[in-house]
Design a protein around this ligand. Structure first.
Ligand code: ATP
Ligand code: ATP
Ligand code: MG
Ligand code: MG
Lengths: 257, 257
């Protein structure tokens, strides 16, 4: 069974999508097969890999809204061992309609279990929208690990309170084994606010935070324009190296479990 | 009747909240009375003015979910002529439940019309969550003008396609007079991606974009920690001046109408 990772934070613009693409690609470099799933109606994950939004025949919307088999929504990407389930704008209606269905929180988990009988992946990464609605709940109910990308700024650090209470709720209602790790992203070491908040996060979350920090790197603004992960756009850039270090730290964490 | 401005973009982290607080405060410096309304369950607008989340007795959630009179939810802030209607986490459920009520898109407009009989403001600014659900639809249905904060980066510029189709939908279904203006935010003039995308935005949107550009300024990372708008935290900073220039450009636009 694949190791499932949800990448979520209610706070917008903290590098959730950038982390899904970069970490996913870095894991394939180590020989792992990786499935990326775009649960955000914005469809930035698909776009960041060069796939136009609403271009695919079968998307995440079909899987969640019409119980379409997940296996049929999987596309290949230009990157070896990296696969994608694209999103569509229609997914926004799932935020509204899913809660009125029974077991709405475990639809994705059931779809992943059915998939595991047909295809096998080493890692599955779920990119979430900046909201704590039913799409994010489905991702957390299905995940072994929640990665919370966090910019070392005031609003982003404050959002961790809501994330912690959401984790408690999902553990109580659907997924007692859900673990979490904070990932500091978009860090500018020259900036006093960033240094101070980063320090506070390490103190408050000690074991619950990755050692690897992703720093600001303008190459990460360029790579989505090229439709490529940073590892393939500028493999020797600082951020490519940092996401490789993150992949390494993650693999060691998973193997220890 | 107050001039109502929605501040919205599906893309997360593009300075929607920072713009609501900064522009609101800059308008009060010109002698206008301003009401800020927090439509985001994250409640960053309230937090950025020093008000703890879920601390208030009556919030936006009571107004939209239980038709509580808007006048009773209004609080004063430390800033003269600047008033606030706070948010609460519960507002997340409004995203799910509102669409099943009749006329769900105009609940906010009706609440604002009832308010105008009791209290008068010159400007009302609505801070929206990073999603195109029923909270944002309510804001667009109630607004004279939609300001779209846009970071000059690939994902943020791409989100404008969805924003344009949402504007067409709201004009057809609820608010034919809705106008829009793009505001370029968090601009780093030394960055090539920022310069190129800014240029493209000016070409594509000619009349639909503010001349004022808000540049990156670390003071805007510090001011929410102090619970103060930038105009009161560091009045002589570059970003305070830029938000004052924006207020001036807006007032001239409104007076021409
Ligand atoms: N380390 C970094 N250095 C510089 N820019 C970055 C970095 N990481 C991400 N970015 C850029 O910052 C912006 C926000 O990143 P991204 O879109 O991945 O965040 P997100 O959390 O997925 O946003 P949303 O909440 O809208 O889904 C993007 O334009 C991205 O290219
Ligand atoms: N011009 C600027 N220069 C530097 N930092 C800025 C600027 N404007 C906003 N910020 C910071 O960038 C982050 C994102 O801004 P903000 O939270 O206002 O965006 P938002 O669009 O409201 O996000 P969300 O989608 O989560 O609601 C915040 O930490 C804020 O302090
Ligand atoms: Mg994203
Ligand atoms: Mg905001």
């Amino acid at each position: 069974m694949a190791y499932v990772i949800a990448i979520s934070n209610e706070k917008g613009g903290v590098a959730k999508t950038t982390t899904a693409i970069s970490l996913g690609a870095a894991l394939t470099e180590q020989g792992f097969s990786v499935l990326l799933m775009d649960l955000d109606p914005q469809a930035n994950l698909s776009l960041g890999l060069g796939i136009e939004k609403n271009g695919a025949r079968i998307t995440m919307a079909n899987v969640l809204l019409e119980s379409h088999p997940l296996a049929e929504a999987i596309q290949t990407t230009e990157i070896e061992r990296l696969f994608l389930v694209p999103s569509a704008s229609r997914l926004e209606t799932a935020e509204q309609s899913l809660p009125f269905r029974g077991h709405f929180m475990t639809l994705l988990r059931e779809a992943l279990q059915a998939l595991s009988e047909k295809r096998s992946f080493d890692y599955i990464l779920l990119d979430c929208p900046p909201a704590l609605g039913s799409l994010t709940l489905n991702a957390l109910a299905a995940a072994h690990l929640l990665i919370i990308p966090t910019q070392p700024e005031f609003f982003s650090a404050y959002a961790l309170r809501d994330m912690m209470s959401l984790i408690r709720r999902v553990r109580a209602e659907a997924n007692p084994e859900l673990a979490y790790r904070i990932l500091v992203t978009m860090m500018d070491r020259r900036n006093r606010v960033h240094r101070e908040i980063h320090e506070q996060l390490c103190k408050t979350f000690a074991q619950g935070i990755f050692n690897t920090v992703i720093e600001v790197d303008t190459r990460l603004r360029e790579s989505p324009i090229a439709g490529l992960p940073i590892t393939h756009y500028k493999g020797n850039s600082r951020s490519a190296q940092q996401y490789r270090a993150l992949a390494q730290e993650l693999v060691e964490y998973v193997q220890e479990k």
